[in-house]
Design a binder for this molecule. Structure first.
Ligand code: HEC
Length: 120
């Protein structure tokens, strides 16, 4: 009798492990999908952003990319900045910043990263 309980417990543990693995795979797939919609800013994108905002840096744009990937996809699909004009991107991040609870640094980084990918 005691033995059976132990076996059942072990089966439960195995099932949990399988679920965790499936969850991990789903998360990996979701993150990969985001990465395609939010490519890193290229050196050309970075210098374009620096023409508009001299203080913009590669590090800031990389931070902005993480903000967009992590914070802008919780309510809807993460937006692809390349589908926006520069002005529209600035507007959209402005209207969503409060919803995404962005700090002013996160807001600025997200604006500059996305803007660097837009083609006006
Ligand atoms: C708390 C939920 C939430 C978060 C977080 C959020 N959004 Fe939204 N977003 C919405 C809702 C709801 C709409 C539907 C339109 C509306 O109500 O304004 C929307 C609409 C949009 C649209 C379409 C609007 C249009 O006029 O075409 C874009 C683009 C967008 N969001 C971008 C973003 C970006 C960029 C971020 C991150 C800074 C973000 N969203 C974070 C809830 C959210």
């Amino acid at each position: 009798m005691k033995k059976r309980v132990i076996v059942q417990f072990k089966q439960g543990a195995t099932l949990k492990k399988t679920n965790m693995l499936a969850f991990g795979v789903l998360v990996a797939v979701a993150l990969a999908a985001c990465a395609i919609r939010q490519p890193p800013a290229s050196p050309a994108d970075i210098s374009r952003a620096q023409q508009k905002w001299p203080a913009a840096s590669a590090a800031q744009l990389a931070d902005g990319r993480q903000v967009v990937i992590r914070r802008c996809g919780t309510c809807h699909q993460t937006p692809d900045p390349r589908e926006f004009t520069g002005d529209r991107w600035i507007e959209v991040v402005g209207s969503m910043a409060k919803r995404a609870h962005l700090t002013s640094e996160e807001h600025e980084a997200a604006v500059r990263y996305g803007w660097s990918l837009t083609r006006n």
